[in-house]
Each structure stands twice: as C-alpha cells, then as structure tokens.
Design a protein around this ligand. Structure first.
Ligand code: CA2
Length: 146
C-alpha cells in the first residue's frame, strides 16, 4: 500500500486551544484522522509527523524518499521563511501539496511569501478543515495519474 506523509510544522500542535476564529476549533489529531480516513478510502495509508523544529521536518522529507509516495505539508510559519525546507522538498520526486487552514494571501504581508510554492505541485489554502481532505484527494489523483 502506498503511503502519504503528512507533515505539520511549528505551533500546529496547539490547534484547538487558541485562535479558533483563524484556524477553527478542531485539534491537529482530528485533522489527521480525517485525512487518514480519506486516504484509506482511496487505498492509501497516511503517516503524520508534527514538529516545532525545522531540521526534524527536513529530515522527515529526506527519509520520505524511501518510504512515501506523496507528501502533504502544512509547514506553519516556516512556509514563509524556510528556503531549506523548500530545497528538501525539491529533492522528493513524488506528488507534493502545500496546505494551509487559513488563507495566508489574505493576511499579513509576511505571509504572502511561500518558500514552498516553487517546489510543490499545488497549494490549498483557506478551506479550513476541508483542506486536509482535499489535499489527500489531490495527492491520490496525482498518484493515479502517474
Ligand atoms: O493557515 C495555516 O495553516 C498556517 O500554515 C498556520 C501557521 C501560519 O504561520 C501560516 O501563515 C498559515 C500558524 C500555525 C499556528 O497555529 C496555531 C494554533 C493555535 C493557536 C495559535 C497558533
């Protein structure tokens, strides 16, 4: 069975505890479970890693080259600053989807830059919880088209 790696960046472990007006009220684990169910319906497994450390996420992308068919990444604020994470993702050859709960383009100017956009197949932003399900659908469709 092919595996999707879902990566969650800094502070996303706090989902459900603060700022529901921006990020909704679901916990990260609830988003992961929704994504996992959708992946299972498409015949895919899903593994999740959350880290508050940039290097952990980079190493997970490196390891994914041996284990995972596709990557979904909500890199949190690293989206706007981490050229290194973008470079790591560029080396991964499977489908890659950038995901955000909110719509960074409609927020503060520093969120308008994505260091990941240049290396992913596509980005989903602003759909809240639905984004996790849509991202799985996108990776599944890209895998099926290969
Ligand atoms: O909208 C998204 O999913 C973001 O990736 C979330 C990041 C933000 O820096 C990006 O610009 C957009 C922030 C995640 C912080 O999550 C929190 C969760 C609960 C309370 C406070 C922050």
């Amino acid at each position: 069975m092919q595996e999707i790696l879902l990566l969650s960046g800094p502070n996303l472990d706090l989902l459900g505890t603060r700022s529901p007006e921006i990020y909704g009220s679901m916990t990260l684990e609830e988003h992961v479970e929704a994504a996992r169910s959708r992946a299972a319906a498409a015949g895919l497994s899903l593994r999740h890693l959350q880290s508050n450390f940039e290097g952990d996420l980079i190493e997970a992308v490196h390891a994914a080259r041996e284990t995972s068919a596709g990557i979904i990444i909500n890199a949190g604020a690293l989206t706007h600053s981490s050229w290194a994470l973008g470079d790591a993702l560029a080396i991964f050859s499977g489908p890659k989807v950038e995901l955000h709960l909110s719509n960074p383009a409609a927020r503060e100017p520093f969120r308008h830059v994505s260091t990941l956009a240049r290396v992913v197949d596509g980005s989903l932003a602003g759909f809240g919880a639905l984004g996790y399900v849509l991202a799985v659908d996108a990776v599944a469709a890209l895998l099926a088209a290969r």
